[in-house]
Design a protein around this ligand. Structure first.
Ligand code: PLP
Length: 391
């Protein structure tokens, strides 16, 4: 018998990847990208470009926006939004309530933009009333862009982007609206056109179920027009160069053929399941995970209230005196289970089902017990099962 308290063994079987990105890459997608390179200037290439860019439009819920693929991760798209649409030193408004909203605010400052920061407790989401009063007081319209993180991956918190748009409209504020949907797109509803989003920022390695490596963004016509006037310096990430090359099915530089093959396949999978079903699956799996945490383990979420609960990531507060890093290390080394973060986070987005998630919940229980957290063995598994059988 293995002494689970002291001995770490080489763990057979697949690594259980339950970080909130990168997510599991479905076998179908892996097979689709296992192809020889092709000439990206060939006459056949535009068909692949169109399949990717047209296929992304329903995912962004846009008919008028321009999906763009940068060879970057989500961070590159943050930078692209700022430098394409704003003049040097322009003012942006952003709420900070987690590591990713912090990093975006920090990037804005480091690029020389003036940042009006709405400090918000971690565990809460975008404070719509405070966005509103900041916009209302800005009678001279100095704020040129409003930045919102739709799903703060660090704290497992979702925000109401539509409400931020309503706040902007209610005071007729002309600023552009930039939304970070890195850990929401293709897992939690996002509506580019209906919400009047000017730049949506995302990446390949989350709800799109691909490896990391593509910055997946979408820009409104208004953002494209703004980019023609804005004088901040950029070159590689220039929206105009990309949109004009894409119009004929090509790219201003060498695109990743294999990643585009993978994206085409992932988009097919999303369309086959149906986007609304994908959202429902994420919400249902998230409900079971929260039941495991709160009813089973009797632990708290970082998210401070149900309206903030994220359907893609659950951040679990460990009891005082316990180091969450010990749970994460134990889960990885002993149980081949990858959890995320400083708190401990269970990512439940992308290609997964109940049974996979039960594995992660069971593994979390074992790692917590090993780290000295007295949860009842099986309690999280039972609570999640009970939730799912009812829903
Ligand atoms: N924004 C959010 C909400 C994220 O979760 C992440 C990464 O996890 C990023 C931005 C940064 O994206 P990337 O790591 O793809 O550059």
């Amino acid at each position: 018998m293995i002494n689970a308290q002291s001995k770490e063994i080489a763990v057979a079987g697949r690594n259980f990847l339950f970080v909130p990105g990168p997510t599991n890459v479905p076998d179908r997608v892996l097979r689709a990208m296992s192809v020889a390179s092709e000439d990206h200037r060939s006459p056949d290439f535009p068909a692949l470009t169109r399949a990717c860019l047209d296929g992304l439009k329903p995912v962004f819920k846009t008919t008028t926006g321009h999906p763009i693929l940068f060879p970057s991760s989500g961070t590159g798209c943050w930078e692209a939004a700022l430098t394409n649409c704003l003049d040097p030193g322009a003012k942006v408004l952003i709420a900070r309530f987690g590591q990713f909203s912090h990093l975006w605010a920090d990037m804005s400052a480091r690029l020389g933009f003036e940042v009006e920061l709405l400090e918000t407790p971690w565990g809460e989401g975008a404070p719509v009333d405070r966005y509103l009063s900041a916009l209302e007081s800005d009678r001279q319209h100095k704020i040129k862009a409003v930045l919102v993180c739709q799903n703060e991956t660090a704290t497992g918190v979702s925000s109401d982007v539509a409400a931020v748009r309503r706040a902007m409209d209610s005071v007729k504020h002309p600023a552009l609206l930039f939304v970070d949907s890195v850990s929401a797109l293709a897992s939690i509803d996002f509506r580019m056109d209906e919400w009047g989003v000017d730049v949506c920022i995302s990446g390949s390695q989350k709800g799109l179920m691909l490896p990391a490596g593509l910055g997946v963004t979408c820009i409104s016509q208004k953002a494209l027009e703004a980019s023609k006037r804005a004088t901040s310096r950029r070159c590689y990430f220039d929206f105009g160069d990309m949109v004009s090359a894409n119009a004929s099915g090509y790219f201003p530089y060498t695109p990743s053929f294999q990643m585009m093959c993978a994206l085409r396949e992932a988009l097919k999978m999303l369309a086959e399941e149906g986007l609304e079903n994908v959202f429902r699956r994420h919400s249902y799996l998230a409900g079971g995970t929260r039941a495991a945490v709160m009813q089973g383990w009797k632990l708290n979420l970082c998210a401070a209230a149900p309206k903030w609960y994220s359907d893609t990531v659950t951040a679990v507060m460990v009891p005082a005196g316990i180091d969450a890093a010990a749970v994460i290390a134990r889960a990885y080394k002993r149980y081949n289970l990858s959890l995320g973060g400083k708190l401990f986070r269970i990512g439940h987005l992308g290609d997964l089902n109940e049974i996979m998630l039960l594995g992660a919940i069971a593994g979390s229980e074992m790692a917590m017990l090993d780290a000295g957290i007295q949860v009842e063995p099986g309690s999280g598994v039972a609570a999640a099962q009970t939730f799912w059988r009812k829903h």
